[in-house]
Structures are given as C-alpha cells and as structure tokens.
Design a protein around this ligand. Structure first.
Ligand code: PXP
Length: 236
C-alpha cells in the first residue's frame, strides 16, 4: 500500500503570523490522521519559522500514528531527535535564506558528517531517511551509509522540468534495488501526484503545502480523501 504522510508545518506558519495558539498544528495532525493519513511530518527548522520545540513534543505524544521528524544534520537536531524518539528522522539540507527545502542532501559529499548522526539515530531505534535528488551517486551513497529510507525530491518534477519523471522512476528502481525504502515528496498537488504515485517501488508520499492551502477551500479531511483516491487510482 502507498502511504500518505501529511506535513503540518504550514499550519504553524499561519499560527505564527498572529502569535497566538490558533490554528494548532497538533489539532491539524489529529484531524489528518482521523481523515486517513498514515503519518505526520514536521520540520523543526534552525530558525523555528514554523514548527517550534513545543510543537514537537505535543505532536510526538498527541498523535496515534508514526511521526516523521524532518531535520538538518546538526548536533542540536540530533539531540532533539534522540530526546523525541520519532518513528523516523528525515535528514534534509537547510539554508537560512531558502523559502523551502530547495534541493536534495549531498549525501556523497557529507559522508563523514552524516555517518555518526545516522548511527546514533539508528542505535536509538529511529529509522533514518535521507532527502535526496534521484541521482545514482547520491542513492548509492545513502545505501552505503546504512540509511533505511531515501525520500526522492520531487520539486523539479513538480516544476515541470523535462525528463524529471523518468529520473524519479529510475532513481526509485535503483534505490529499491539497493535495499532502501523509497519515499517521495515536495511540490505534489492534485495535478501532478498521479505519476509519482504510480511508481511501484514508492512506498510513501509526504505532502504539505498544497494540502494545507487547499484545506482552506475544501476542508482538510476532504483534501486528504481526494489525495487518497488519486493515489489509489494511480496505483491500480
Ligand atoms: N518532504 C520533504 C523532505 C520536505 O522538506 C518537504 C517540504 O517541507 C515535503 C516533503 C513537503 O513538500 P510540500 O510542502 O511542497 O508538499
């Protein structure tokens, strides 16, 4: 079955715009799970622009579903992850000035920095996911480092760049063959999700911005229900 993870970061973005408690990312996470989401993703960024430390604890203990904790590969984030013990950690590149996660992690280039982090997280029973471009060099490096999962960056595909779907298909096939569980996400919408959902080796999609934005017009349960339908049709 293809799982659907919901990223609730932008519920926190909206909340932070006014400084009060509303809308609450934990309530959104609970509603998403009740509507059929298989897991929740949150990204605690270095600058805390959306999810904050208190949200991490509240969501970790307030949901009855796996938590995927997105984080930069820093000592601070590893410490928080080891305290929080999410089901999985997804290591992403992070730049202060970026609007969103712009590219995949340079796993091959940061091999020596990532190795002890991955070992510490895995030793604590946390599954480790690496957010990478669908590039053979990066996928091979992810497998060599002992990651459990690779999440393929679908941003370039979502922006309509030529050849990106074929690249994702080839990357998913290679990663699966290397023994990695394959996830995908970034920029997915009603209009572009089907082709990614149809890749048979992809096990999970993680979607945030479009779902939270579209929920304004349709309601969160309705948007999740429609993604589930689109994913099932694509998969069958
Ligand atoms: N997966 C990862 C690793 C991400 O960094 C993000 C964005 O936070 C997503 C998935 C979700 O992307 P979007 O918000 O564009 O759906």
């Amino acid at each position: 079955m293809l799982r659907l993870g919901i990223n609730v970061d932008h519920v926190a973005t909206l909340r932070n715009a006014r400084g009060g408690p509303h809308p609450d990312p934990l309530s959104a996470a609970q509603m998403a799970i009740a509507a059929g989401a298989d897991g929740i993703t949150i990204h605690l960024r270095e600058d805390r622009r959306h999810i904050r430390d208190a949200d991490v604890a509240a969501i970790r203990y307030g949901i009855d579903a796996p938590l995927n904790f997105e984080m930069a590969g820093t000592d601070e984030m590893v410490r928080i992850a080891l305290q929080t013990r999410p089901n999985a950690c997804c290591l992403v590149p992070e730049k202060r000035t970026e609007v969103t996660t712009e590219g995949g992690l340079d796993v091959a280039g940061q091999h020596n920095t990532l190795r002890p982090m991955i070992s510490a997280l895995r030793a604590a029973g946390i599954r480790v996911s690496l957010f990478v471009d669908a590039d053979a060099h990066q996928l091979t490096a992810a497998a060599a480092l002992g990651a459990d999962i690779v999440e393929l960056h679908t941003g370039a595909y979502a922006h309509g760049r030529a050849g990106e779907l074929d690249r994702l298909i080839a990357g998913a096939t290679l990663a699966h063959g290397l023994g990695l569980e394959v996830h995908a996400g970034h920029g997915l919408t009603y209009d572009n999700v089907a082709a990614v959902a149809a890749i048979p080796t992809v096990m999970e999609l993680n979607i945030g911005h479009f779902i939270i934005g579209q929920a304004i017009f349709e309601g969160l349960p309705q948007v999740i229900g429609r993604f589930r339908d689109l994913m099932s049709i694509a998969r069958s």
